[in-house]
Design a binder for this molecule. Structure first.
Ligand code: GLN
Length: 299
């Protein structure tokens, strides 16, 4: 036997495993389990497990890996095959170009929500901002990091969310205040901007959501009660008390809630109300401004 042939026999005898073998197994598993974007997720988990970029993988797909490393990768794949969201497996999600820590019990930042932040960034410089239902803190912290705001408070009823938001502030090296508050229950000053991506899915719709969302994400961060508008109503009720004259409101909304939320803001005395669409052409954000004190207190 010449030396190359003997080498091959040795490798096979040792059951040599390559990055490519692991990736193939990962893809097959996720496709068989009908995981949406399974092929891509198999790749992302490979990149996560082996801390490699696509370029590194493509340059050396036949790089040998240990049995233990392959098993560790396949256990991540197994979790994903049970519809656990990718971000709860890796513990991270990029948002506004920044890396956020996420964990079960806290809503995963959505790309759609970048539209909300981008709108607020247009006016946020030098302002004091209150983010209601802050979750991971991704809205407030990206405004603080990118928008030059003067002061930021994130409110949430969930301890787990607040803990995650505080860790994210530390990682991003920004000083924000996070407080446990049921909407305004523990808020005691006025702000220039009130921003929120509250739970807005009507209770009856939740069972129809994809498994990743309905089985693993916190229902408390999704459920907007009967008509999905509960939190908008409650936030609007407090605008007289907690929003400065000249202040702005920014809400993320469900695709069919634009007109209803616009009505609520009008009723609360806001004007300059705009409904902004997302990249798919669906209503996604409603903003309003309180140009002068007018209108009756919202009840
Ligand atoms: N946009 C989220 C979803 O579709 C809902 C987030 C929310 O209720 N604020 O799952």
């Amino acid at each position: 036997m010449d030396s190359i042939a003997s080498k091959i026999v040795v490798c096979m005898g040792n059951n040599m495993i390559t990055l490519q073998d692991a990736l193939k197994k990962g893809k097959k598993n996720l496709i068989e389990n009908k995981i949406e974007n399974g092929e891509h997720d198999a790749w992302l988990l490979l990149a996560f497990q082996f801390k490699i970029s696509k370029a590194v993988y493509l340059a050396e797909p036949l790089k040998e890996i240990s049995q233990e490393a392959c098993d560790a990768y396949l256990s991540l794949i197994e979790k994903r095959s049970r519809h656990i969201p990718l971000q709860y497996i890796t513990g991270e999600q990029e948002f506004m170009g920044l890396d956020f820590l996420v964990r079960e019990g806290v809503l995963i930042p959505r790309q759609d929500t970048e539209i909300l932040v981008m709108e607020a960034l247009k006016v946020s410089k030098g302002k004091e901002v209150l983010d209601i239902c802050t979750g991971s803190g991704c809205i407030l912290l990206s405004l603080m990091k990118l928008g030059g705001i003067k002061q930021g408070t994130g409110a949430d009823i969930s301890e787990k969310a607040l803990e995650t938001a505080r860790e994210n502030a530390k990682r991003l090296e920004v000083t924000a205040e996070f407080c446990k508050s049921d909407i305004y229950s523990h808020i005691n000053k006025k702000y220039d901007i009130i921003i929120s991506n509250p739970p807005y899915i009507p209770t009856g719709i939740i069972p129809t959501l994809m498994e990743e969302v309905k089985d693993y994400e916190p229902v408390i961060a999704l459920d907007g009660k009967e008509d999905g508008l509960y939190f908008y109503r409650e936030i609007c009720k407090g605008l007289q008390e907690f929003l400065n004259t000249g202040g702005y409101v920014f809400f993320e909304i469900g695709y069919d809630q634009g007109e209803a939320v616009k009505e609520l803001l009008l009723k609360a005395g806001m004007d300059n109300i705009k409904i902004i669409k997302d990249l798919a052409g669906l209503d996604r954000v409603v903003t309003g401004r309180w140009n002068e004190k007018k209108g009756e207190p919202f009840t």
